[in-house]
Design a protein around this ligand. Structure first.
Ligand code: GLA
Length: 386
């Protein structure tokens, strides 16, 4: 485990590696999705929040056409890439995220200069907390400043989505980068993925006597694998058969008709998305009217829908959720794209240790790799630190 740098030591490290001081330091957070899973690419609603774990990049412009990248992950030395001729599919490891951002900016006609970049991140890798989007969002925030491109948050969201979809090769939506770029301390980001309209909804566990636990199952997942893409394809097929532009345009009253027109699997994929959109809206209402203690049942129902209808959970996630629930959590669900990654458990502050102990014990008994369990709080979105 590499020890993370603070701003000061990251600058010193940059100087040691690249020989000069960086022009600045930028950071972007990972995210937890409170509710609204696989609704983003169906033009629906999501309710993620930025977390207090960030990717930070120290960056300096160069006056030639070279990009040099180094991270504190310790898995790759300095990667050098030419500014011209970046091709999707050719970058490796974490470098495909910053290089994807450069490529997507170039596709927009933005003239990106050569630069040196040093990355340090506290977002756990592969835990379903959007470590990759945190890197992309930190990079685009830095390059937007350094080039004076003046992109809005909405434009940066679409540009990083292009990097993910067409450079990295993951057919993902806009939720993760919206949370990372547009999050705010003490708030969840209620995002309409059709028009990118955002409302910040107060969400703080601690004043309500709760903590938000993340249970990282350590089961690796990748959205560039087939499971994510096949769910997306089923949703598109469902919308086509139902004659709507996107599943966002169906509400729960359309489900009977959908069942009569669709095969069983496609219907269940559609039912997940349609009911999940509804759960997001109801969660927002409950948060506003009653606060976080009122949303537990909606989190639970979301998990059941993902487990049974969308079929994107796995035994480790189900065990984490069930064990958290039966040991005091008021609501629990897997979060993120699925097939591994993390679950969240909204837990009374006094029950936190009980839940931790029970989940670790249940994993040990099942012979699963032991999970990492930690708390997160809703934090600020991407910013320049210096
Ligand atoms: C991943 C994708 C997001 C979203 C979620 C599922 O995190 O990056 O765009 O589709 O899965 O809700």
């Amino acid at each position: 485990m590499v020890e993370n740098f603070n701003d000061e030591s990251l600058v010193r490290e940059f100087e040691a590696v690249f020989g000069t001081a960086p022009d600045g330091l930028w950071q972007a957070p990972g995210r937890v999705n409170l509710i609204g899973e696989h609704t983003d690419y169906n033009e629906g609603f999501v309710l993620p929040f930025a977390i207090d774990k960030v990717a930070r990049v120290a960056v300096r412009r160069r006056d030639d056409n070279v990009i040099r990248l180094l991270s504190t992950y310790g898995d790759q030395g300095v990667t050098q890439a030419p500014l011209d001729g970046l091709e999707p599919g050719e970058a490796h490891g974490w470098t495909k995220y910053p290089l994807g951002v450069v490529w997507a900016l170039q596709q927009r006609g933005i003239n990106v200069p050569g630069f040196d970049l040093l990355l340090d991140s506290t977002v756990p890798l592969g835990a379903g907390l959007s470590s990759s989007h945190a890197i992309e969002c930190a990079t685009i925030t830095a390059l937007n400043d350094l080039t004076g491109a003046g992109l809005t948050a909405e434009e940066m969201v679409l540009t990083t989505q292009r990097a993910e979809n067409d450079f990295v090769g993951a057919p993902t939506g806009i939720m993760d980068q919206s949370a990372s770029l547009r999050g705010a301390e003490g708030h969840a980001v209620f995002l309409d993925c059709r028009d990118q309209h955002v409302e910040l909804v107060p969400f703080e566990a601690s004043p309500a006597g709760l903590v938000m636990l993340v249970i990282d199952t350590k089961v690796a997942h990748s959205h560039a694998d087939g499971g994510y893409a096949s769910r997306r394809a089923a949703c598109e097929e469902g919308a086509r058969v139902m004659g709507v532009p996107a599943l966002r345009d169906l509400d729960v009253s359309a489900l009977d008709e959908a069942q009569s027109k669709l095969d069983d699997v496609t219907f269940r994929r559609v039912r997940h998305v349609v009911t999940e959109n509804d759960r997001v809206l109801r969660t927002v209402e409950k948060l506003r009217a009653e606060g976080p203690t009122a949303i537990g049942a909606l989190l639970d129902a979301s998990h059941v829908s993902m487990r049974d209808d969308f079929e994107i959970s796995c035994p480790e996630l189900d065990l984490a959720v069930d064990t958290a629930r039966s040991n005091g959590a008021i609501g629990s669900r897997m979060t993120g794209g699925g097939f591994g990654g993390a679950a969240i458990a909204l837990t009374p502050a006094g029950e936190e240790e009980k839940v931790r102990t029970a989940v670790v014990q249940a994993f040990a008994e099942a012979g699963f790799t032991l999970p990492d369990i930690f708390t997160v709080t809703p934090a600020a979105g991407a910013q320049r630190n210096r």
